[in-house]
Design a protein around this ligand. Sequence first.
Ligand SMILES: [Zn+2]
Length: 358
Amino acid sequence: MDNQSSDFLTDYLNTPAPTGYEMDAQRIWSEYIAPYTDEQQCDAYGSTWAVLRSKHKDAPTLMLDAHADEIGFSIRHIDDNGFVRVERLGGSDAAIGRGRRIRFIGTDGEVIGITGNTAIHIRDDGDKAPKVWDLYVDLGCDSREEVEALGLRVGTPGVYCDGPLMLNDGRRLVCRALDDRLCGYIIAETARALKEQGVQPEWNIIFANTVQEEIGCVGAGMLAFNLAPDAAICLDVTHATDSPGLDKGRYGDIRLGKGGCLCYGPACHPNLNARLELLADKENIPMQRETTGRSTGTNTDAIYRARAGVPATCFSLPLRYMHSPVETADLHDVQCCIELLVAFIKSLKCSDSFHHRL
Ligand SMILES: [Zn+2]
């Protein structure tokens, strides 16, 4: 990762983008990818995409997708004593919600608060995990008026403060929102690698950074309808199962540092998977496998069902501690994902189709 990449990633990670409030992060992403692509746009709800045009007229289109949004909170209630209760944006884990720092995006700029942690000595529920409505945010205020004077209202969104941290001499990256900001980074770096290698692909390539994945793959569905791609690869995170206490018989064997993870199952088109597998093998790029018997829980589900059906698959970055402020990924896996996407795009011929044929 050179300085340019690392500056972009740091900036992108440090920018809050709770579900429904992604535009600050989208502008950073769009600005980074602009020199490597032919045009950049966003839709009504903020899903943002850049296009790299094929050298051929009437070429098919591949969509690479990641999601820009992250889980967070939204203010539900401000009480008379200046304490704030929150609603979840996406799958925030209330069990780890106490004793944290939260950045709220207020009407007059950012406001930091902390989630109170009533001392264990005097807490009624002892070790029991709190519900989201048990959490309360302390903003250093003594009244509702004081909270409102900071620019906070019912509906103000916020995310944890936790920014990027490197472990083991830069080998592993820790941050909130690596799900799925790190895949947005992978997509942007794929565009950059193609440009730097002087590749003008045979297909049109859409690099998409969609919104509102965390509440049901919303932006990706809108965008797949709008742009009608001929094939799509969704980049999201998957659970690494190599930390203590996880049963591999139940959750599979996914490790950090062993490459991206290709998903197999009805939502993942076998023709796309076959091509990715072939290329990983030919180019010697490490890749792992996982399976899901129904949907993937990623944007793949919305994209493959769009319109008359879009051949799509789910290619994931292994991640520990998903939906926590210490999400952890291995930078070698990030590199492997970029390399496989570049190889895939270079392999595309105008005459290729991933549809089934009789
Ligand atoms: Zn995700």
